[in-house]
Design a protein. Structure first.
Length: 308
């Protein structure tokens, strides 16, 4: 029976992972309530963070619109701009990802239990055993810092590439070539970020579920996901588009001017964050099962040996 289940799991593709993840969350209302409660600190921080971030994006757009590339700004404008850029990077790298880590640990643990057992859990069962302890927090810190660094760099570089795009130039003909170059750089950056982050996120799931930490977790994650890299890249691209699509849509629509607009954007971001980690739990089990099946097949083949 177990072997049959593994065989079924190894056939889950990109759409199957999303479908299974939605079923895991939607069939257990207690899990949704628990995820909402555990995400409240992250939600509050994001509401605070989005206001200065949207202001920074608006200032960047206005600078580019008025002066072209930021390199032609006055010296005091450069310093103010770089200070804001560094502040946004710090807030994204340290407090945001630390709160996200505290949120991720219980969500990954519970999502895995619900996925494997296939039955709902009560709120009492969810809070009975503490899922956040210092050993687990320290253990997942290295792979999480790896993912946090990638996410922060991707966000800042993505923001910079989008906002300094010469498409805002008055002479569109002369801006076609540099725009194409920046567009190519942006695509390469996104693919590289998605590939590395998929391995990094899976390593966090490995750390939580297997108790394997640090570089070993990253190595094990790379081993499990080998041959399934494209699926991981697509998953990361979807969630990157979701998060930054909401952010830049809020910027262009103007909902950042209202507190309700920011709250709506942050609510959808937290929903996407919870779904992302459920997705990577399913992705981890899928990749691990595929690896186990492949290993069993190789061992069986070596035992049979050559015929004749």
């Amino acid at each position: 029976m177990e072997s049959k289940q593994i065989k079924l799991n190894q056939k889950i593709g990109f759409l199957g992972i999303f479908k299974t993840s939605i079923l895991v969350s939607s069939k257990n209302i207690n899990f949704i309530i628990f995820a909402f409660i555990i995400s409240l600190p992250l939600f509050c921080f994001l509401v605070y963070y989005e206001f200065p971030l949207q202001k920074f994006l608006l200032e960047t757009f206005e600078i580019v619109k008025g002066f072209g590339f930021p390199f032609y700004m006055l010296e005091n404008q450069k310093m103010d701009y770089l200070q804001e850029w560094a502040q946004m990077g710090f807030l994204c790298l340290i407090p945001f990802h630390l709160l996200q880590l505290i949120t991720v640990l219980p969500i990954v643990d519970l999502a895995s239990k619900i996925y494997k057992e296939g039955k709902p859990m009560s709120l009492k069962d969810m809070v009975q055993k503490p899922m956040i302890n210092m050993e687990r927090l320290r253990g997942t810190l290295i792979p999480f810092l790896y993912v946090a660094f990638l996410s922060t760099c991707a966000l800042l570089q993505f923001t910079l590439l989008v906002t300094i795009s010469p498409i805002s130039s008055i002479d569109y003909i002369y801006s076609v070539f540099p725009t194409a170059v920046l567009g190519g750089a942006l695509i390469e950056l996104l693919i590289l970020y998605s590939a590395l982050s998929a391995v990094g996120n899976t390593s966090i799931v490995v750390s939580v579920l297997e108790g394997v930490y640090g570089i070993r977790a990253l190595s094990l994650s790379s081993y499990y996901t080998r041959g399934n890299d494209l699926c991981g890249i697509i998953l990361m691209l979807v969630f990157f588009a979701w998060e930054n699509g909401l952010r830049f849509s809020c910027r262009y629509i103007g909902c950042y001017k209202s507190g309700y607009g920011i709250i709506a954007q942050v609510s959808l971001s937290c929903l996407g964050n919870t779904l992302k980690w459920i997705v990577f739990v399913v992705h981890y089990h899928n990749c691990k099962d595929r690896t186990l099946v492949k290993k069993v097949d190789e061992e069986a083949g070596s035992e049979i040996g050559p015929v004749g």
